[in-house]
Design a protein around this ligand. Structure first.
Ligand code: CTP
Ligand code: CA
Length: 228
């Protein structure tokens, strides 16, 4: 393959990665979405594949290219992303990087909603989307390792740790995505690895370097768990 020659500690392992935003339709031409370039999730899928994993990347709408050596399933809505992730189980590791829209429009219009002069804007009734990470973290077929992200603008460590516990994850990579950090949409990331073992501050790195470091950690941890 493209990457033959390097060590492949994840050969024979299956990985599921979510990436990008989800788009929740309001009507056929409008949607609600989160901000996400897909750069970090795609980089993680590529890094796991380089270590030999069989990777299924479930991606929301992004403009970046598909990573090499990865099976890509494209979805639009959170419910589609959840269905694609559950269909890809079982797996050894799941890394949920997608910025899933927390709410969808309860009943999207099948036609384009028109502005009517003098009328109030349409009230949008929202429904909560499924929490994909939490579903996988508590699943009967739970992967050996479940990893999530926590994009925060304040109380990064505390919010990250409560997500670790609530969602049943082994690791949460928490980051401060306040606009001044430039992380959203940029090529760099600064994360705090949160686990039962404690918190570990990773330095400011390229998103590809964060992906490499996480993939190496996943390989070491799967190996360690296997040895018991
Ligand atoms: N996540 C998910 N499905 C959702 C919401 C979040 O899989 N419906 C995952 C994200 O991919 C990420 C982690 O959960 O790995 C944390 O996402 P985040 O939006 O920070 O957490 P929420 O639980 O939605 O909390 P809030 O947005 O209120 O901070
Ligand atoms: Ca959220």
């Amino acid at each position: 393959s493209l990457f033959a020659g390097g060590p492949r500690p994840l050969a024979g392992r299956k990985a599921i990665v979510t990436s990008g935003p989800t788009h929740e339709p309001i009507d056929p031409v409008r949607y609600i979405a989160n901000r996400s370039s897909g750069k970090q999730g795609h980089a993680i899928a590529a890094a796991l594949a380089r270590l030999g994993a069989d990777v299924t990347l479930v991606s929301g709408p992004v403009t970046i290219p598909d990573p090499a050596g990865v099976k890509v399933i494209r979805v639009e809505r959170a419910e589609e992303m959840r269905d694609a992730v559950l269909s890809a189980l079982p797996a050894d590791v799941a890394v949920m990087v997608a910025a899933v829209a927390d709410w969808r429009v309860a009943s999207a219009a099948g036609y384009k909603i028109k502005k009517k002069p003098g009328e109030a804007p349409p009230p949008l009734q929202l429904a909560e989307n499924p929490d994909i990470l939490k579903t996988v973290g508590h699943h009967a077929d739970r992967p050996t390792l479940v990893v999530g992200f926590a994009a925060e603008t304040e109380n990064v460590a505390d919010n990250g740790r409560s997500k670790l516990e609530r969602k049943g994850a082994d690791y949460i990579l928490a980051n401060d995505v306040s606009p001044a950090t430039g992380i959203m949409g940029g090529d760099r990331n600064r994360v705090k690895l949160i686990s039962a073992a404690g918190n570990d501050d990773w330095p400011d790195m390229d998103k590809d370097a964060v992906a490499e470091k996480l993939a190496a950690l996943i390989a070491a941890e799967l190996e360690r768990k296997e040895r018991g």
